[in-house]
Design a binder for this molecule. Structure first.
Ligand SMILES: [Zn+2]
Length: 273
């Protein structure tokens, strides 16, 4: 199942060895191999759950690399069942969980930017985080980017700010214009099961008609997404994981909902217009 991406990576590696190309010239290697790169930028380890089936879908695609950049270290995500105190121990545990999730999705190892959880909202930190996200984009040269929408899923300030950072970089012309926001379709967000999740704030759904990008995924992609969710043991009980998986199935029904940041036509692939 994962053979094509491995072959692609091997070809790219051979290219680098033969030409002496340095990592900063990854784009040249990509041009030779026809490789495509999708970058997901999220705020916390576990946010990628919002796009799990999508990331699994593209990670198994031929000549496609999927990267996940996580802006904060998640060191304040304390839960009563994990019993890991806030701080370095929790950040370390969540870094391992992010690695586990990327492996399950078939993605590259995560890019951990390590900013303080819940601490993006200052001029100084935002400037530093923007520089780090920009540097990550410069290094990976993604052909498409996925991040939070302005709603942040349920309004989390870190989510909203990461969305704003990525959008700022794209609208300045410093990255691909293929930027997509994950979104929860409003018509499928009123079930009792969703209310029973007890998120810190109500979900912020998007009117269906704005979610003009729908990416089909297979049951195997959904299974990989479930497996990656199960990595986040410090954040979710098995019962909550089961509810999230059930809701993902119910909300997306085999086609993950996104919207292009600049509108545009309906489409079913993040790489093509
Ligand atoms: Zn989050």
């Amino acid at each position: 199942m994962r053979l094509p991406p491995l072959v692609s990576r091997t070809v790219a590696l051979v290219f680098v060895v033969l030409t002496g190309a340095v990592p900063g010239r990854a784009q040249e290697a990509a041009a030779v191999t026809g490789a495509r790169t999708l970058l997901a930028v999220f705020a916390h380890p576990d946010d990628e759950t919002m796009a799990g089936p999508l990331l699994a879908h593209y990670a198994r695609g031929p000549n496609t690399r999927v990267h996940l950049a996580i802006v904060t270290n998640g060191n304040k995500g304390v839960t009563p069942f994990a019993k890991i105190p806030a701080g370095e121990a929790l950040a370390a545990a969540r870094a391992k969980e992010a690695e586990c999730a990327c492996t399950a999705l078939g993605a590259e190892p995560p890019v951990l930017l390590g900013f303080p959880d819940g601490g993006l909202a200052s001029m100084q930190v935002l400037a530093q985080a923007t520089a780090q996200v920009r540097a990550t984009i410069d290094r990976l040269r993604p052909d498409a980017i996925v991040t939070w929408g302005p709603d942040g899923g349920y309004g989390h300030p870190d989510h909203r700010l990461v969305s704003a950072i990525v959008t700022q970089i794209v609208q300045a012309g410093e990255a691909t214009s293929h930027l997509f926001y994950v979104g929860l379709p409003k018509s499928r967000m009123d079930s009792d099961a969703i209310k029973a999740l007890h998120f810190p704030a109500p979900f912020a759904p998007v009117l269906d008609k704005w979610l003009n990008v729908r990416i089909a995924y297979t049951p195997d992609d959904a299974a990989r997404a479930k497996q990656s969710l199960e990595c986040h043991k410090s954040q979710f009980t098995p019962e909550t994981m089961a509810v999230i998986t059930m809701l993902t199935d119910r909300v997306h029904q085999g086609r993950l909902h996104l919207r292009s940041w600049d509108g545009g036509p309906e489409r079913n692939d993040v790489f093509t217009r």
